[in-house]
Design a protein around this ligand. Structure first.
Ligand code: FUL
Length: 484
């Protein structure tokens, strides 16, 4: 290679290096990979949204239908998607994910690819389209719409064969082209087993790793709905928290070694806290039902989770670097039951009141390294943040001119530049002594710390250890309303 050629290669290396450095630096701070995609950033802002399990099982009083149910069984008497959307909106949620098709294969829209759908039900004389109704109601109430399409179909004769994948993608295409913008596509990990399968009544097992050819299904979704996040145990955008109780892990890294995961894998929950050095950014979603079952069962009318329980779930999901997908089992009438509505609305009011007044705005904020300007931490903008100078022992101190009562502390990292914090503690000064309120590990998008109401003048938050210099976007201190 001659000298001229070598020089040119070196030049292009230098240009590429400078260019990638510019790209990876925002506001002068280098990101710590992996970082969220645009669609993940938008999704992450939603925090709290509804799941609706309403389908054939609502009418057969089951959790999992076999696939042999007659479409004539689906017959809600007062179905009103506006009622769902109004209550969900008033409860403070940002969207709705609907079970368009559950494992029994019944489709809530008049799919052209199957007879097993609302088009053969008595509801609206077979002229109804529940997904269309819901799309309209979501628009009316300013909510986003998401779709649950079960990969497992116990009705379809081809389930287990290659031809079923074509059917699955055809249905997906209908859902992703006819109902406006979809914010999330939800794929269940439960698949393969006994079923009706068009009358075969047999057992069909599939290789969960390979059968669905997920790579090409994801490609299709990206083409049809580029802004939608895709959920499954393995992501690629949002992953399962690993339990259905409503509780995220105390340690939750959004980073994970994605290639070690697949949907429906055994012992999934072992991976649910993520890994500090995971290669992909895939935050968790916490799904839980407001009742014991996912579907409506009249015998559970008095088993709706209480306000206290729902608050605890909210703080342990949204407050642990996850999102909360709260399931509402719509009843046989096609309405959110009064008992569920009551507790959902109470939670909405509680959250609204709690987070309406950030007491930190009345305080003076100081930092151990004097490197910051205050208002960045309370402006509700993730892109304005405080960067510390070192990775260890950074302290934010909050001082009030006189005693203040509070019981909730919140803190957020600028995850757009990568999740970093791995150890922290929160203390308040009582009678000249620092008293520990909470110590923990990860923060990520949001950490909510709830403690017994306490009066104090000084509070300090110490970021003990961090992967790289911590970038803090927001902090908050609140006093929640008393529960009656
Ligand atoms: C599970 C399903 O099998 C349940 O029926 C429900 O849909 C839940 C959200 O996911 O895996």
């Amino acid at each position: 290679m001659n000298a001229f050629f070598k020089l040119n290669i070196m030049k292009s290396y230098i240009i590429a290096f400078v260019f990638s450095f510019i790209i990876s630096c925002q506001n002068g701070y280098k990101d710590v990979k992996p970082v969220p995609s645009e669609r993940q950033k938008n999704w992450q802002e939603m925090e709290y949204y509804a799941f609706i399990h309403f389908n054939m099982n609502t009418f057969t009083n089951k959790e999992w239908g076999y696939g042999d149910e007659s479409p004539s069984t689906f017959n809600p008497s007062e179905l009103n998607t506006d009622q769902w959307a109004r209550i969900i909106k008033e409860s403070g949620m940002k969207g709705i994910i609907i079970t368009a098709k559950h494992h029994d294969g019944f489709s809530l829209w008049p799919s052209t690819y199957t007879e097993h759908s609302v088009k053969n039900s008595p509801w609206k004389n077979g002229k109804g389209d529940l997904i269309k109704d819901l799309e309209r109601s979501c628009k009316k109430y300013g909510l986003k719409l998401g779709i649950y399409l079960s990969p497992w179909d116990r009705n379809h004769p081809d389930y287990g064969k290659e031809s079923y994948i074509k059917y699955f993608r055809n249905q997906l295409t209908e859902l992703l082209t006819n109902y406006g913008e979809i914010f999330e596509v939800w794929f269940d990990g439960a698949n393969g087993g006994s079923g009706y399968y068009g009358g075969a009544n047999d057992l069909r097992k599939v290789d969960k790793k390979t059968y669905y050819d997920w790579k090409n299904t994801h490609k299709l979704i990206r083409e049809l709905q580029p802004k939608a996040v895709i959920f499954s145990d393995a992501g690629p955008d949002v992953r399962w928290v690993g339990n259905e109780k409503g509780y995220a892990n105390k340690t939750t890294w959004s980073n994970i070694y994605r290639d070690s995961l697949y949907a429906g894998m055994p012992n999934y929950n072992k991976f649910s806290s993520g890994q500090e050095y995971g290669t992909h950014f895939i935050p968790t979603e916490t799904d839980v039902s407001i009742r014991p079952g996912w579907y409506y069962h009249p015998e559970e009318d008095d088993k709706v989770k209480s306000l206290e329980k729902l608050i605890d779930i909210y703080f342990n999901s949204v407050g642990l670097n996850s999102s909360l997908l709260l399931n509402i089992p719509v009843d046989k009438r096609g309405l959110i039951h009064e008992n569920d509505a009551k507790n959902m609305l109470e939670l909405g009011r509680f959250l609204k009141t709690t987070f309406s007044n950030n007491l930190i705005k009345e305080s003076k904020i100081t930092y151990n390294d004097n490197n910051h300007s205050d208002n960045k931490l309370t402006d509700k903008n993730i892109n304005t943040f405080c960067a510390f100078k070192s990775k260890k022992n950074n302290v934010i101190t909050i001082s009030f001119p006189k005693l203040k009562e509070a019981d909730v502390f919140t803190i957020s990292e600028n995850i757009n530049l990568g999740q970093r914090i791995k150890e922290f503690k929160l203390e308040v000064k009582l009678k000249d002594k620092w008293v520990l309120i909470e110590e923990g590990t990860t923060i990520g998008t949001k950490r909510l710390i709830k403690f017994d109401p306490i009066e104090f003048q000084y509070l300090r938050f110490t970021i003990i250890n961090s992967k790289d210099i911590p970038l803090i976007s927001e902090i908050g201190l609140y006093k929640s309303p008393e529960l009656k």
